[in-house]
Design a protein around this ligand. Sequence first.
Ligand code: CP
Length: 303
Amino acid sequence: MNNNSLVSIFDYSKEEVIEVLKLASEFEKNPNQDLLNGKVVASLFFEPSTRTRLSFETAIQRLGGRIIGFSDASSSSVKKGETLKDTIKMVDNYADLIVMRHPIEGSARYASEVANIPVINAGDGANQHPTQTMLDLYTIYQTQGTLENLDITLVGDLKYGRTVHSLIMALSRFNPTFHFVAPKELEMPAGYKVYLEEKGIAYTEHLEMEEVIDNTDILYMTRVQRERFADPLEYEKVKDVYVLCNSMLDNTKDNLRILHPLPRVNEISVDVDENPKAYYFQQALNGVYARQAIICKSLNLKK
Ligand code: CP
């Protein structure tokens, strides 16, 4: 096991989070730096991805590193029945760092225990997505000038959305007020609410986003995660439950910014894209800088 892995957002202390955000800011100013010269990064995507995989690959290329791996597990020996343990033990011999997305919760922790090199969790089932959280924190700081004392509204699939799980845990260190907007079927799991209660973090729960968006600083929209539903009919019932339209933003605060981890389906109408409060495409770009910083921290390449 390598202690430089990033599996859960709590693998970073608050100080380390701030250190990585500062480093990301340096990469935003100067993204092309030859820090990964001679290093090989394995990019193992057992689940589909556009942003996470491509922003990691961009980050590696901009740092002068080389990439091995797959974007489709069916092209690997997993298809022949090779276990995750054996796959990780093989890649551990070839690369300096593993970036892995996998559909099973806990798979990234397991991989980090098998590997001697650092493992970065690029999303494990409905559990965690800590690198998304780092780019989300970077974006929130960039748009609000602080991470402290913010009013944060999270909308949509709060049950299966791993990005919201990691994000609320990270922000819980910065005294937020949360508003959770979800249908009963997709509400925030009890374990996360108990965690917030134990930490004394305020949260409210709502069925309609109109009840809270006018007073919020960050509106974090999410997609209903079709791939996590056992019953397709249950997905059909809730898939379009929230759709953010431009007209709903008329009375919102000037500093409000709309974030979304993407991909979106129907939950943000395209008429919102031109609103200056829409920030999800800039947020996705920040993924490159945040991931450059995370890679460097995992490989002790820059202090
Ligand atoms: N935000 C995110 O994880 O997007 P991808 O699934 O495209 O990587």
